[in-house]
Design a binder for this molecule. Structure first.
Ligand SMILES: Cc1cc2nc3c(=O)[nH]c(=O)nc-3n(C[C@H](O)[C@H](O)[C@H](O)COP(=O)(O)O)c2cc1C
Length: 494
């Protein structure tokens, strides 16, 4: 990448933030150290044209072809373009194109309620909200009356595309109580900046403001980020209240050195008591959400809401059953039923790797999951797949129709006996006579898992199905592939 002789092979794009200005015939690019590199006349015009062209990632060769097209003639000294690209690289205006982690699958990120108070740092709230959104959070805002001295409802609503909660009383009594609704909606609550007054409310259980009421009523983790004058922060009363919040199980961020707006501008020096910058607050919140999420993995959730929360708060690599590739033995089991053109039902598809692989082999695939958040991610990961994604609970299914094959990868073993019976009854209805039910379950017991074996699998599925084949298998995940059993059951004729 750095070999100037090979610049035509470089793949570059304009950085999202550049330190460049133009004036008259000059273009000045500042380096990361603030040092200016001035270009004049044709060089300035060339730099401007190259930067505009590199809004999209392009190779050096494409840049050369573009410049020649603009000039209407071959460039006599193409190395000039290489030198210009190298200079823009050094100043940070251009960056090498790398295929960074894809944001696909972040369609349903964790939900955070940002509670804003009458601390001066609320004036930075839009930057905080934008940073949360850039990290995949779905944001709602709630404000105290004093917060509205520093930020406008309109700005927050424009950013979040959702109503801002300003009081605990709903505008109309036919609506649900807003603070309770948001408290239940949230995967996390972030009170940032937290004023001394709001901290006192939280410490004493005073629900008078919408922000305090949401933070107190939620079962989600709460991060409180104090922000105030250093003298206020040091007050025994404030320290006592913060200690109470920590004892109550809220998360309290340590303060940063920040400027005190009460001082005249020329007199301000950074002092302890302010909220850390937005990027640090977001990191703290992400760590708290991750911590809560990994505790939530110990036992499989019950119901659609729990599964939605799990898929919103976990990255795919944190889900023990999630594998980006379809299990080879499941693909082979379907292949034995027919190489292509089957109608296949997959229940508990999760992020949809198997459904996508089967659809790409020409099967008609209906992929269901109890979690709409999982399906939204599955759809986003494979936008061109022909798989049909449907939100459905197989123990209370709304599905109709008949399938040549149905697959259950790692669902059945999570069900209680009564649920397993309803699952089996649904399968008896949905799998066509002579069709196959292909089931993979964990082989060893674990928390909330009922492992199945040759002797026990037939139980819930008889007499509609008979066990045709069973084999040792694994359930590959991001880091481990625990032992599993693969069962093929045959639907009897009616
Ligand atoms: C210009 C100005 C800046 C303020 N900044 C802060 C602050 O940074 N932290 C704080 O705790 N209080 C600050 N206050 C005081 C709060 O606004 C006040 O205590 C208010 O009652 C907070 O109520 P709330 O928690 O319901 O928003 C400030 C007040 C003014 C007038």
């Amino acid at each position: 990448m750095t070999d100037p002789e090979r610049w035509t092979e470089w793949n570059l794009r304009r950085a999202s933030v550049v330190r460049i200005y133009e004036c008259g015939e000059r273009l000045v690019a500042l380096g990361p150290d603030g040092e200016g590199h001035a270009l004049t006349g044709d060089s300035a015009a060339l730099a401007s044209a190259v930067l505009a062209f590199l809004a999209m990632p392009r190779s050096g060769a494409e840049v050369l072809a573009h410049v020649e097209a603009l000039a209407g003639a071959p460039i006599e000294r193409p190395e000039v373009i290489g030198e210009l690209l190298a200079l823009l690289r050094r100043t940070g205006a251009l960056e090498a194109v790398t295929t960074g982690p894809s944001r696909a699958g972040r369609t349903a990120g964790p939900r955070v309620v940002v509670g804003l108070t009458g601390a001066a740092a609320t004036m930075h709230a839009p930057a905080l909200i934008q940073r949360l959104q850039a990290r995949g959070f779905e944001v709602r805002a709630a404000v105290t009356e004093s917060a509205l001295r520093f930020v406008r409802v309109e700005a927050l609503e424009a950013l979040t595309h959702a109503p801002v909660v300003t009081a605990i009383w709903p505008e109309s009594q036919v609506h649900r109580v807003p603070h309770i609704e948001l408290a239940q909606w949230a995967d996390a609550v972030l009170v940032c900046p937290a004023s001394a007054t709001t901290i006192a409310r939280l410490a004493t259980g005073d629900h008078a403001s919408a922000v305090a009421a949401i933070a107190l009523a939620t079962r989600a983790p709460v991060l409180v980020v104090p922000s105030m004058n250093p003298a206020m922060y040091a007050e025994p009363a404030v320290q006592r209240n913060l200690a109470q919040l920590i004892a109550d199980g809220l998360h309290v961020a340590h303060p940063a050195r920040a400027l005190e707006v009460a001082d005249p501008p020329a007199m301000r020096t950074p002092m302890l008591g302010g909220a850390p910058p937005p990027e640090v607050v977001v990191q703290l919140l992400e760590a708290i959400v991750r911590e809560r999420a990994s505790a939530g993995l110990a036992q499989a959730p019950r119901g659609a809401e729990g599964w939605d929360r799990l898929y919103r708060t976990h990255a795919p690599a944190e889900l023990p059953w999630q594998h980006d590739e379809a299990d080879a033995d499941l693909l082979a089991a379907v292949e034995r039923e027919g190489a292509t053109g089957l109608s296949v039902l997959e229940v508990g598809t999760g992020l949809g790797a198997l459904a996508v692989a089967l659809a790409s082999r020409g099967h008609t695939v209906v992929a269901t999951d109890i979690s709409a958040a999982a399906l939204a991610q599955a759809r986003a990961r494979a936008p061109t797949s022909r798989a049909i994604w449907l939100s459905d609970d197989i123990t209370a299914t709304r599905l109709q129709g008949r399938f040549d094959a149905a697959i259950d990868r790692a669902c059945l073993h999570l069900l209680a006996p009564a649920e397993a019976e309803r699952h089996a009854a649904a399968m008896a209805r949905l799998v066509a006579p002579g069709g196959a039910l292909i089931v993979k379950t964990l082989a060893e017991p674990a928390a909330g898992v009922t492992p199945y074996a040759k002797e026990t699998i037939a139980g819930p599925f008889a007499p509609a199905f008979t066990l045709e084949r069973e084999a040792a298998s694994t359930l590959p995940g991001p880091t481990a592939a625990p032992a599993a059993r693969l069962f093929v059951l045959r639907r009897a004729s009616e």
